[in-house]
Ligand binder design. Sequence first.
Ligand code: DON
Length: 312
Amino acid sequence: MVIMTTASSHSFEPVLARIAEEIERTPGRGRPADYIPALAACDPRRFGMAVAELDGTVYGVGDWREPFSTQSITKVFTLALDLAREGDALWEHVGREPSGNPFNSLVQLEYENGIPRNPFINAGALVVTDRLQTRSSDASGELLAFLRAESGNPALDFDQDVAASESAHGDRNAALAHFMASYGNIDNPVPVLLDQYFRQCSVMASCADLALAIGFLARHGIRADGDRLLSQSQAKQVNAVMLTCGTYDAAGDFAYRVGLPGKSGVGGGIIAVVPGRCTLCVWSPGLDERGNSVAGVAALDRFTTLTGLSVF
Ligand code: DON
C-alpha cells in the first residue's frame, strides 16, 4: 500500500525541501531533448523529487506527482523482467561493460559482432526488449502492467504522441536494430521490435510512481506485494549495471558525484537506488550534453551528500 506522508512526519522532508530550494537558486538547467519533437516543449525549470522507503512510504517535493516521459528509465524494468524470465542466457546476447559512448552510438557494434556493450545503451535495450517480446509476446504491455502494479497507480499509460513522434524520427534506432539483426542477435521482425521499444519509452509516470516502482531493487528483488521478481544476486547485478552503465558516457562522473546505482532518461528523469534503504526519482527536463538531467544529477548529488546514504 502507498502511504503519502504529511509535511512534518519524517526526516526526508527537510532534506527534500532544502534540495529544492538550492536547485531553485541554481542558474542553468540545460536544454530539453529536441531530437524527439514531443519532448522539446518541456519547461526546463520544472523540478520534482521523490524518495520511497521499502514499505512504500513516499515523500516528495516540487513537481513530484507530475507525469513525465520516462524514456530510457524503462530500460531498467525491461532488463529486470527479461532476467526474471530467462536468467543468465540473456548475457550471451548483451554485455555488461560501460560503453564510454553516447547512448545511441553505432560504432562499437561492428567491432563487437552485433553484441551491444550493455543493456542501457539503445542497442542493448533493443536486444533486451526483443528477448522479452519473444517470451511475453507484448513486451511493452508487460512493462506497463509491472509499473502499474509496483507504483500502485493503475492510471499509468503510454503517450501515443511521444511514441509516434519517436517512430517518425527513429532512423538511428532502426539502423541499430537492423544491424544487430544482420548478426542474428534480434529474433523479432525489426518493425515489431521498434514499435515495442518506442511504446516502452513513451510511458508517462511521475517521480512518486517511479520511486515506488523501482523499490524491488532496494528490497533485493522483492516486489511490492512480497513476491520475488529477481534473486538477491540478480538484484545486485542490475544495481551494479546501473551504477556502471546507467548514465552512459557520464557513468563515471555520476558514480563519483552521487555514489548510487542510477538510470537516466532523455525526458529528464533519473531513478536511483539505495539498496536496503530507499529509492529515489528526480525529474527536471533540462539535459546536459550527454543526455542526463542537469538539475536531476545535482539534486541526487546533494541528497547523498546531505544524508550520507550511498553505496560507498
Ligand atoms: O531511443 C531513444 O532515443 C529514446 N527513446 C530513449 C533515449 C533515452 O532516454 C536515452 N537517455 N538518456
